[in-house]
Ligand binder design. Structure first.
Ligand code: CO
Length: 441
């Protein structure tokens, strides 16, 4: 891959990050790209007519998406990559306006997921999400993005909290409420949302509205070798998975690009990785080609799932926080994650299979293991396995400042995962479930 191609991939990634303030927008953007590349949209409530050689996509809750491509020949397995499109963020509560001393209007918000609080302060923020609007005797859903600098969560001055630099305990109900305006803003928040959606305020029945950081994605570093943005975890992997999917021609396996919602709150929702979404899609693909229950289970034995969720790079100021012998760095390649207690699913078989894929893609990989005295995060792989059990490897792209509203990653790493995903989606696993496998062709 030459520099021009790498720059092009990163331009695409930055556009995707900037235009995807939350999961609803990420899914809408992926759908558009799939449609532009000839894939057909399916709906869970419609019958599916599937054809060999064709690409399809289906969403659930407008916040999770599975795209798949059927090979031209009969298929013997599924080659899958899973990522997530939600990020830790503040959600706007119902009845959000709070008046302060008859001079300010602020918004009542609550935490979604575990974020770093401090970097949300003192920067322009806005609001995006979805509304459900009365329509006839039912509802329709609309996505809105107040696409301008709208809110700020102001810090307390150092003079009023002299110890702040020794560590501040952020109280989400006290410290993290964003300022909307002066008293002119009173009763205007929902009016603004209604106006943006082009609907009457009284027709809005409910909302899922989230804050987002207005700072755009940018390349930093002496040669622009790093990339900083909100939501790198996990839109960087979701983007790379999609680009690999669009470039691939499946070989004897169905290729599936899966992007889930709600990873940051445990994945246990109808659109999360622990749901039946993947299982339901796999069963419907099998049904579409007349496969029996036994054939479905046999297909799983020669399938592979790559759970792609960003990983921690060694921090330039805190090298001591990383494992002593496994040191992933930005632009050092795709990170394969291991955990003895299986919070990451990678084992000697799935790890070896993913290493083969990286070798075939000619991209570097590196290893992440938590320090033995540190509890790490969890991710998608083992939750997905409770519904669809198969060989799974947990991987990710190395990044810094995970769960900040402005994270830093490497520009080369995105390109590496695009290539590896391309190889995954163009290959097929031959095996019977006894630890002996061949990666074909
Ligand atoms: Co993640």
């Amino acid at each position: 891959m030459n520099q021009k191609e790498i720059d092009q991939i990163n331009r695409g990634l930055m556009h995707f990050l900037d235009s995807s303030p939350n999961a609803f927008f990420a899914v809408a953007n992926m759908k558009r790209e799939l449609r532009e590349n000839g894939c057909t949209e399916l709906f869970e409530g419609d019958p599916w007519k599937l054809e060999a050689g064709k690409g399809y996509y289906v969403s659930r809750n407008d916040s999770a998406l599975i795209a798949f491509r059927i090979p031209n020949s009969d298929f013997s397995g599924f080659q899958m990559m899973a990522s997530h499109c939600d990020s830790p963020v503040f959600k706007v509560k119902p009845n959000a306006e709070i008046t302060v001393e008859n001079r300010y209007v602020k918004l009542n918000v609550e935490r979604y997921g575990g974020m770093l609080c401090a970097p949300w302060l003192d920067r322009p923020l806005s609001v995006a999400g979805r509304l459900t609007v009365r329509a006839g005797n039912g509802i329709v859903t609309k996505c809105i993005n107040i696409d301008r600098d709208l809110l700020v969560i102001p810090n307390l001055a150092i003079h009023m909290d002299r110890q702040v630099n020794e560590g501040h305990a952020y109280n989400a109900q006290v410290d993290m409420l964003p300022l909307l305006g002066d008293m002119e803003a009173k009763e205007q928040f929902m009016r603004l949302i209604a106006a943006e959606a082009g609907v009457r305020e009284e027709d809005i029945l409910d909302t899922d509205l989230y804050l987002y950081n207005r700072e755009k994605a940018t390349r930093i570093g002496l040669r622009g070798e790093f990339l900083a943005s909100g939501r790198l975890d996990d839109l960087q992997c979701a983007f790379a998975s999609l680009q690999g999917f669009l470039r691939a021609v499946p070989f004897r396996s169905v290729a599936l690009h899966c992007v889930y919602d709600n990873e940051e709150v445990g994945s246990r929702t109808k659109q999360g990785a622990a749901s039946t979404f993947l299982k339901d899609v796999l069963r419907r693909i099998c049904a579409g080609f007349g496969k029996t229950e036994e054939e479905y289970l046999r297909l799983l034995a020669s399938s592979f799932l790559v759970s792609a969720d960003n990983a921690h790079a060694v921090h330039p100021n805190h090298g001591e926080k990383a494992d002593p012998t496994n040191r992933p760095f930005l632009n050092g390649g795709i990170v394969i994650k291991y955990s003895a207690n299986q919070s990451y699913t990678t084992d000697a078989v799935s790890g070896a299979l993913f290493r083969l894929i990286c070798e075939r893609a000619e991209v570097p990989y590196q290893i992440f293991v938590n320090r033995s005295d540190m509890l790490g995060g969890s991710t998608l792989g083992n939750l997905s396995n409770t519904q669809v059990a198969l060989n799974t490897a947990d991987i990710g792209l190395p990044q810094l400042a995970m769960h900040s509203p402005y994270e830093t990653g490497g520009t080369m790493d995105t390109a590496y995962l695009v290539k590896a995903a391309g190889v995954l989606f163009s290959s097929s696993l031959e095996g019977r479930g006894d630890g002996t496998y061949r990666l074909m062709p």
